[in-house]
Write a protein that binds this ligand. Structure first.
Ligand SMILES: Nc1nc2c(ncn2[C@@H]2O[C@H](COP(=O)(O)OP(=O)(O)OP(=O)(O)O)[C@@H](O)[C@H]2O)c(=O)[nH]1
Length: 518
C-alpha cells in the first residue's frame, strides 16, 4: 500500500490519554476508537479464556537443552499493538483483565491471580519506557527500527515472563519443568512479538500513528526528565541481568534434578545438554550485546542532538533577550529625556503663570497667593509686614509724548530698580498698568518710608533712553500699610495702602503716605 511518508516525529511513541475513553467529545473518529478498544478488550478476554478452555499449550520445541512448549498467547499480540500505537494503558488494561480471568479459570488462587496478571503489563511498561526514552520510530521499517524493536521486545519478554514463576509455584511443578516453562514463556512471548506484532506494526503502524498524531497537540521534542532516562537504562540493564541470572539459576536447578549419570552415554547426554544450554545463552548474549551497543549509540546521538537543538534555541532566545534589553534601555533613556523636557516645560509654564511678561516681576495673581502666606508667617513670628502700593506719576504723559514703547522701557527700568533695591525675602509685583506692589517682611513704617525715599531719589536720577530720546526726572507716589496695625489680612492691607496712595496723589504726587496717618 502506498503511504505518504509520515515524519519520524509522528511515528514515535506518544501516548493518547486514556481519559479519551470517557471524555465527552463529538468527534466520530474518537467514537470509533472507543468502540475498537471495547471490542479488543472483549476479544482479549475471550481469547485468553479460550487458551485455557481448549488446553492449548503452544508449539513443542527443544531450546537451550530443554524440551519446551512455545507459549503463544493471542491477547499479547493485540494488546502490544494497542500499547505501541495508542499508549501504555490502552494495552495494559485488556492484557491484565484477560490474564486475570485466564488464571482464575485455570484454578489459580485469586490472591496469586491478581499478581500473576501484572506480568504482561510489566513487559508493556518496559516497551513504553524504552520507546519514550530513545524516541525511535515505532514501526520496524528501517534497519535501526527493526534492531531496536528486537532488542526491546526481548527485554520486555523477559519482564513479561516473570509470571511463569507464579505459574510454576502455584502449579507445584519440579525444577526441570519450571525451567522449561520459563524458557517457553519468554521465548514464546519474544517470538510472538517478532512474528506477529512486528509485521503488523510495520504494515498498519504508520496509518494508526498518523491518525493518533492528529488527536494530539503538536510540540517540539522535549527532553526527558533525568529520572526517566535513569529508569529506562535501569530497566534495560536489569532485564538482561534478570535473564542471565534466571537462566543460570533455573538451568542449574534443572540439571541438579536429573539422576546422576551412571554410564558414559548418560555423561555424554548431560554434557550435550549443558553445551546446548550454554550455546543458547551465548547467542542470546551476543545478540543482546550488539543490540545494547546499537541502542547506546542511538540513545546518545538522539539526546546529544536534542541537547544541541535546545542549546541553539537557548542561544537564539538569549540573543533576542539581549536585543530586547538593549531596545528597552534605549526606550527608557528616550522616555527619561522626554520626562525631563516635560518637567522643564511644566516649570516654565508654572513660572510664566506667576510672572508679568513685560517686567519679569511677579503678577497680581501670585501676589494674591503669596501675601496671605507671608502674613501667616509674620503672625506666627509676631513680626510686622509692610505693604506698599506705588504708582508712577503722570505716566500717561510719557506714553503720549514719547510713545508706548518708551512707556514700556520706563516700566522695565522701574522693575529692574525695584529688584535691585529690595532685599532677599522682599517681594515685588506688578499690581496694575503702572502700579507696583512691594511686600517687605519685618519692615516697620519708618524703615519702609526711608527705603521708598531712597527709591524715589534713584528713580528721579534714572535716565531712560529709547530711540535717541532720553527721559529723566521721573517720580512716583506710594501708599504704605503695615501689618498688623493697618489691617490683619491681605485685602485690608492692600485697601489701606491703596487709600494712602490716593492721598499721596491728591496731595500733589511724588510723595509717600502712611495708612496710619489717614
Ligand atoms: N507703555 C505702557 N503704558 C501702560 C501700560 N499699562 C498701562 N499704561 C498706561 O499707563 C497710563 C496710566 O494713566 P493714568 O491712569 O491716567 O495715570 P497717570 O497718567 O500716571 O496719572 P497719575 O497716576 O494720576 O499720576 C495709561 O496711559 C495706560 O495706557 C503698559 O504696560 N505699557
Amino acid at each position: 500500500m502506498a503511504l505518504p511518508p509520515p515524519s519520524p516525529h509522528v511515528l514515535r511513541y506518544r501516548p493518547l490519554p486514556l481519559s479519551l475513553l470517557w471524555r465527552r467529545h463529538g468527534d466520530q473518529t474518537l467514537t470509533g476508537l472507543r468502540l475498537a478498544w471495547w471490542v479488543s478488550l472483549a476479544a482479549s478476554v475471550l481469547l485468553g479464556l479460550a487458551t485455557v478452555a481448549f488446553g492449548w499449550s503452544g508449539l513443542s520445541l527443544r531450546f537451550g537443552g530443554a524440551n519446551l512448549h512455545l507459549t503463544v498467547y493471542p491477547p499479547l499480540t493485540l494488546c502490544t499493538l494497542w500499547v505501541l500505537c495508542v499508549g501504555f494503558w490502552w494495552g495494559a488494561i485488556p492484557a491484565y483483565l484477560a490474564t486475570l480471568l485466564l488464571a482464575l479459570q485455570a484454578g489459580m488462587a485469586p490472591e496469586w491471580a491478581v499478581v500473576f496478571a501484572l506480568s504482561n503489563p510489566l513487559g508493556y511498561f518496559v516497551l513504553a519506557v524504552a520507546y519514550r526514552a530513545v524516541q525511535m520510530p515505532v514501526p520496524p521499517r528501517t534497519g535501526s527500527a527493526v534492531l531496536f524493536f528486537v532488542a526491546v521486545a526481548f527485554i520486555a519478554s523477559v519482564f513479561g515472563a516473570t509470571g511463569s514463576f507464579i505459574w510454576s509455584y502455584t502449579g507445584q511443578v519440579g525444577p526441570e519443568a519450571a525451567f522449561a516453562i520459563w524458557q517457553g514463556w519468554w521465548l514464546g512471548s519474544f517470538l510472538q512479538t517478532l512474528v506477529f506484532v512486528g509485521p503488523l506494526l510495520a504494515w498498519l503502524g504508520p496509518q494508526a500513528m498518523v491518525w493518533r498524531d492528529a488527536q494530539l497537540p503538536r510540540h517540539a521534542d522535549q527532553l526527558l526528565p533525568r529520572w526517566q532516562l535513569f529508569a529506562a537504562s535501569l530497566l534495560g540493564v536489569g532485564g538482561v541481568l534478570i535473564f542471565l541470572w534466571l537462566s543460570f539459576h533455573l538451568g542449574r536447578g534443572a540439571w541438579s534434578a536429573l539422576p546422576a549419570p551412571t554410564s558414559a552415554d548418560d555423561a555424554r547426554r548431560l554434557l550435550q545438554l549443558v553445551n546446548e544450554y550454554t550455546l543458547a545463552v551465548y547467542w542470546i548474549i551476543t545478540v543482546l550485546t550488539l543490540a545494547v551497543l546499537f541502542l547506546g549509540h542511538h540513545f546518545f546521538t538522539h539526546w546529544t542532538g536534542a541537547l544541541e537543538r535546545a542549546r541553539e534555541r537557548t542561544a537564539v532566545e538569549r540573543d533576542l533577550a539581549v536585543q530586547r534589553h538593549h531596545e528597552a534601555e534605549l526606550a527608557r533613556q528616550e522616555l527619561a529625556a522626554r520626562i525631563e523636557e516635560i518637567q522643564l516645560l511644566q516649570a516654565q509654564l508654572r513660572e510664566q503663570a506667576v510672572r508679568d511678561p513685560l517686567t519679569g516681576l511677579y503678577n497680581r495673581r501670585h501676589l494674591q497667593d503669596a501675601l496671605p502666606r507671608e502674613l501667616k508667617r509674620a503672625h506666627r513670628a509676631g513680626a510686622q509686614v509692610a505693604v506698599v502700593v506705588m504708582d508712577l506719576d503722570h505716566f500717561k504723559r510719557v506714553n503720549d509724548e514719547h510713545g508706548h514703547a518708551m512707556g514700556d522701557h520706563v516700566l522695565q527700568a522701574v522693575a529692574d530698580l525695584l529688584q535691585a533695591q529690595t532685599r532677599a525675602g522682599d517681594f515685588c509685583a506688578r499690581y496694575g498698568g503702572e502700579e507696583f506692589c512691594l511686600v517687605l517682611p519685618g519692615a516697620s513704617a519708618s524703615q519702609t518710608v526711608a527705603r521708598l525715599h531712597l527709591l524715589q531719589q534713584t528713580y528721579a536720577e534714572l535716565c531712560v533712553e529709547h530711540s535717541g530720546t532720553r527721559l529723566n526726572g521721573l517720580g512716583f507716589s506710594a501708599g504704605v500699610a503695615v501689618y498688623p496695625q493697618d489691617g490683619d489680612n491681605d485685602s485690608a492691607l492692600l485697601n489701606a495702602a491703596d487709600n494712602a496712595l490716593y492721598r499721596a496723589k491728591a496731595e500733589g504726587r511724588n510723595r509717600i503716605c502712611l495708612a496710619a496717618k489717614a
